[in-house]
Design a protein around this ligand. Sequence first.
Ligand code: PHE
Length: 487
Amino acid sequence: MVIANFDEILFKTLDVNKVIENTREWATQNEWDHQELVGHLKSWESMFTIKCDNKDMQTYELTANGKDALDNGSPEYRMFNDLPVDGVTMKEANEKYGSTAFGAAKNKGWVKVDKGKVVKNAETVEDVARKLLSNLSILEKKDIDALKKDKFVMEKKITYFTVSQGEKYNIRKKEVSDLTMDMLKNNSWKDETFKFNTLSMGTKPDSGFRHPLNKVKAEFKQIFIEMGFEEMPTSNYVENSFWNFDALFQPQQHPARDAHDTFFLSDPKTSHDFTDEHLEKVRKVHSEGGYGSWGWRYDWKLEEAEKNILRTHTTAVSSRMLYKLANQPGGFTPKKYFSVDRVFRNESLDATHLAEFHQVEGLVAGYDISLSNLIGIFSEFFKRLGIEDIQFKPAFNPYTEPSMEIFGVHSKLGRMELGNSGLFRPEMLLPLGLPEGVQVAAWGLSLERPTMIKYGLNTIRDIFGNNLNIEFIQSNPICMFPPTKTL
Ligand code: PHE
């Protein structure tokens, strides 16, 4: 603040006088800049500590002629003083002093025209205009009018304020414009008044909105990362059947590999990105058995494995990652992986099924891993989601043994399956090249179903697909776990 002790002076004045009639006068008395004074007043006014009433007043201001007359004398006065004793011709008078000066001097009776010559008509004269101009603020109306007529002054409207005590006059706390880390730490923000509204919900940004599924996805990722998992690359929607099924010890005549359950690609129809060694091991374990297993005992066909499909689960990615892990330089090291991405199934659609949905995939590869590790991981994972009432049920998967399904409760739809899991079978792990004794606990969860539970949605179509309500996308809250217990 440039005006020293302003607040003190302001409140002292208002305490005593209750009102400051005219801020311009007040500024002049104290030799303050009015503009600056108003700035300080306004900041108190915004807190209702004081009230400022805007008022207009008429004043007069010197014109350029007026300033010149004040500094150097009026033109008629200058003419009078300059006029030689024997006068000048009218032509000279007009040219030298200007017609206005000549006219005014003549009107005032200071000069006269005598025998064609302009001569003085008085001994001395008083420059009244100049005197008036130097006392502008105390002039009477008739004098002002005269100066206006001579174009020495012009009218000017100026504003000033009348200041009085505001409704919160006794609360003299300045609003704070920044919320600082310290205020948050020591809780002092609670006692501050902020220039912004801390309770406001804010306006909706004129921009894109995060889809609730993406919000939940981000939360899931965060939880996995906190639990020490690394993310798997899931950018390929197209897989061949080898990595999606065969490498997982899923027999070629399994109903899931039927066109009723899987989308096959017509172009390009096939692909082949696996080694002969791996292929041979897979062929053998399917058709003849091995590693202590009977196998499926059928005629395994490469053409079937080469068929391109839209991946039916992200376990295809897990099989690729496990292959990499087994065959990396330096050999296998224990790992925890996760991914959250899209999968495709040729399903009939209902409240909980779509042909395209998201899977939350995960695996823990290491030694001495058992079903209790899996139960431990799920209990922890879902607890962090705020979903505590989960249940497990024994299940069957071609590539896991033992296998177990995970269930949660939806407030309207009741118990619903959230995912499937198990320990990968040796018939899958050993052909991938993993050392004996390595176990892999793995799972595939739905992303949509926990999201439905969290947002209280009754059909999966409300969360994913072209039936979605845009208003819901724009107005859904941030997904925060653990929130209220819907489950
Ligand atoms: N792939 C299974 C599914 O799509 C889930 C799963 C993953 C089960 C890994 C066991 C192990 O339902």
